[in-house]
Design a protein around this ligand. Structure first.
Ligand code: ZN
Length: 719
């Protein structure tokens, strides 16, 4: 357990991924399988990482059959490391206990990285079977460490020692983090309660796996077939091409709309066929709720009851109180307060948006009443009418490769980074490319950046960042390895891949997480990079989104794929003018899900029927009838595929308050590339990891606490 419990848990449940609120679908899971290796050679997944750049993950050595023995051997090694620390005859010190824990479990860290990459990008049926078997075992393993009484006694002793004040602030924070994490994981419970806690954790791990695999099965197994040209009415060529490609993949004639967001949303935006929009919409919102063998409702009921019981065991009124204790928000009440402050103006904006859409429909002589499957379609047409902006007009200027150069350039300006292609680095799939990151001035290696841009069978859909190796100095000068992952449909050979403005924004977002990892400059791995509070981790990433629309990036990198000319100022102005368009919809569909997440996890231990709960809670909130939750409960992966984002979906909003306020520091100074503000940002935010309380870190950067006004302005709501 080289890293904190928090990070170990994240890694082991393969949710170390930092997922995006708006792009987080899981897609079909099929991948090529490999034969079991029955020889007696050493398991290559356990080996140290060899090769250039301080060693790289051996993706070329992975076989699925190797995962189970590798995980088991690495867990045993980790437990032996821990026993050695716990049974040390010397009196407990920071060095022989806390630092020793930072050094333990390195093999498991390495195996977990490979296991996590397979889980998110290469997960076929054979791998899923390994996941089902290993999830409860990994949960039990974690409990063995947090329930190791000898170990906890030593941590507690260091925590309570008067010598603690002699440690530097990073060391003191590490002691606090270890102690708190152990207590939060039940280290102080009696023997019977510890046993029950471990039982609960193992049951939950199994239920999380079941929940995820059910959603995957429905996304993979269901689709709406489009049979004729008439079924394609209104669809732009790119959507038709994607639908044809999806049909080919599923060995169907014609075209089809898969049951994933990347397939469904464009169809709902452009299809003129209202009947088909409704059909596709119903398929999508019913994932996990069809009363068949993949129905998730009873799984949710069990998860909620086990979480409530666990919270009580640990001495918290509810699961949400337990989860939020070490967050920035600290309590569910404070998170709710922010959400409700934004909810009211967002709902009011939705009523205005619906009125605009209804007026357009009526003007065209249509007798329809706007329904949820009409929202995206009419919103797009109102956008065109109000701002003369067609999203398809922007696309020719947004080439994936050029934008990647753009984010590299921004990283150079803000953080003095230089990116060069890395060679001789094994990858999990030939589409993945790797860059070496160095300091522009000294040439010193900062780390490696892997980019896995394309959708494929077995890969989780959406976009995310993953950390393969964290920067630290306890085990030598260790440099960062991070990856960004997306699900673009691969273009035709030789043709540049064009992406939407939203996708370009997501690229900058995920790259923000990568820069958070790459800038890390700490001593202890548990405190490194993105290992910060859940409601703070989205701040660096959301902040980086702002650089896409800077004139410097647009003029140099948003160039037409045929003429090479930069995007016209007129088009940029239209994008800027329409910046808060449809913000009512975007905020309400997200926030309703975040509110339900918090309401579910503050509801106590009563038995919850998810369908009834969803209906009643939304009625109580005054949810507009024209919008459905971004994630209905039976498919809410953030909340039910692990504990990680549970009672934590509010985090995106919380972090956006900080983001909006932080960007003001640049606009108030010399602009987005102001060197002094960029240096303050690096020094106080991007490089410090979890070595300091995030609220204090922010004050060091901004000179004060964040104000909510900037967020309201960013979203176009009255404050
Ligand atoms: Zn993110």
């Amino acid at each position: 357990m080289r890293d904190s419990i928090t990070r170990s848990l994240l890694l082991l449940f393969a949710t170390a991924l930092i997922v995006s609120a708006v792009a987080d679908r899981m897609s079909k899971l099929n991948s090529t399988t490999t034969q079991a290796s029955t020889n007696t050679e050493p398991n290559p997944l356990l080996a140290s990482w060899e090769g250039p750049y301080g060693g790289v993950p051996p993706f070329d050595k992975v076989q699925i059959a190797l995962f189970k023995p590798a995980l088991e051997a690495a867990m045993n090694e980790n437990l032996a490391d821990i026993d050695k620390i716990a049974n040390d005859s010397a009196a407990p010190t920071f060095e022989n206990t806390i630092v020793a824990m930072e050094r333990a479990g390195q093999t498991l860290d390495r195996v977990s990285t490979l296991y996590g990459v397979w889980g998110s990008t290469m997960a076929g049926p054979e791998f899923q079977a390994v996941q089902r078997e290993m999830a409860p075992k990994l949960a039990a393993f974690n409990d063995k460490i947090t329930q190791n009484e000898g170990l906890f006694k030593r941590i507690e002793s260091v925590y309570n020692s008067p010598d603690k004040t002699k440690l530097n602030s990073e060391q003191q924070r590490l002691v606090w983090l270890d102690y708190t994490n152990f207590v939060r994981s039940g280290a102080k419970l009696n023997v019977a309660d510890k046993a029950r806690l471990s039982q609960i954790n193992q049951q939950l791990a199994g239920l999380f796996t079941k929940f995820s695999q059910n959603v995957l099965a429905e996304e993979d197994g269901q689709f709406v077939a489009l049979k004729s040209e008439a079924d394609l009415a209104g669809l732009p060529q790119s959507v038709r091409d994607a639908a044809a490609a999806a049909a080919t993949t599923k060995k169907q004639e014609g075209w089809l709309i898969s049951n994933t967001r990347s397939s469904v949303d464009p169809f709902l935006t452009y299809s003129d066929r209202r009947d088909l929009r409704e059909k596709v919409w119903r398929m999508f919102i019913m994932r996990g709720d069809n009363g068949d063998e993949h129905d998730n409702n009873s799984t949710i009921t069990q998860i909620l009851q086990l979480r409530a019981e666990r919270a009580k065991l640990l001495g918290f009124p509810t699961h949400a109180h337990w989860r939020l204790e070490n967050s920035m928000a600290k309590t569910p009440e404070r998170a709710m307060e922010l959400m409700m402050a934004v909810w009211k103006p967002a709902v009011a904006r939705v009523h205005e948006e619906v009125a605009d859409m209804q007026a357009l429909a009526t003007k065209e002589g249509s007798a329809i009443k706007i329904a949820p499957w009409d929202y995206r379609y009419f919103a797009e047409r109102v956008r065109k009418a109000k701002y003369d902006l067609d999203q398809n007009e922007v696309k020719p200027y947004l080439q994936l490769d050029k934008l990647r150069e753009g984010i590299f350039w921004v990283a150079g300006e803000l953080f003095n980074f230089n990116f060069t292609p890395a060679t001789n680095v094994p990858v999990a799939h030939p589409d993945i490319r790797v860059w070496q990151v160095t300091d522009r001035t000294s040439g010193k290696q900062i780390g490696l950046w892997y980019f896995d841009p394309y959708a494929r069978a077995g890969k989780r859909s959406g976009a995310w960042m993953n950390s393969y190796r964290t920067q630290e100095r306890v085990n030598g000068e260790i440099t960062t390895i991070v990856s960004n992952n997306a699900n673009f449909v691969k273009g035709k050979p030789g043709e540049p891949l064009l992406i939407s403005w939203d996708d370009a924004t997501t690229m900058f977002h995920e790259f923000g997480h990568a820069l958070h990892g790459l800038n890390s400059n700490v001593t202890y791995p548990s405190l490194s990079g993105t290992a910060v509070a859940r409601d703070y981790v989205e701040f660096p990433s959301q902040l980086m989104e702002h650089w896409l629309s800077t004139p410097e990036v647009l003029n140099k990198f948003a160039v037409h794929y045929q003429t090479g000319k930069p995007i016209p100022q007129e088009l940029v102005d239209k994008i800027k003018r329409s910046a808060t368009f449809n913000e009512g919809f975007i905020t309400v569909e997200y926030l309703a899900a975040a509110l339900l997440d918090m309401k579910l996890h503050t509801a106590g231990d009563r038995k919850i029927d998810p369908r009834a709960f969803e209906k009643e809670a939304l009625a109580e909130l005054g949810m507009p009838h024209e919008i459905v939750l971004r994630h209905r409960l039976p498919q809410f992966m953030h909340v039910f595929s692990s504990d990680s984002y549970s009672a934590g979906y509010y985090s995106y909003l919380w972090a956006d308050v900080i983001t909006a306020d932080a960007f003001g520091a640049f606009t108030e100074a010399g602009g987005p590339y102001d060197k002094k503000v960029a240096e303050r940002l690096r020094k106080n935010i991007f490089s410090v990891g979890n070595t300091i309380d995030p609220a204090a870190a922010y004050r060091n950067f901004r000179g004060r606490d964040p104000k909510v006004e900037a967020l309201m302005k960013k979203r176009g709501f009255p404050s």
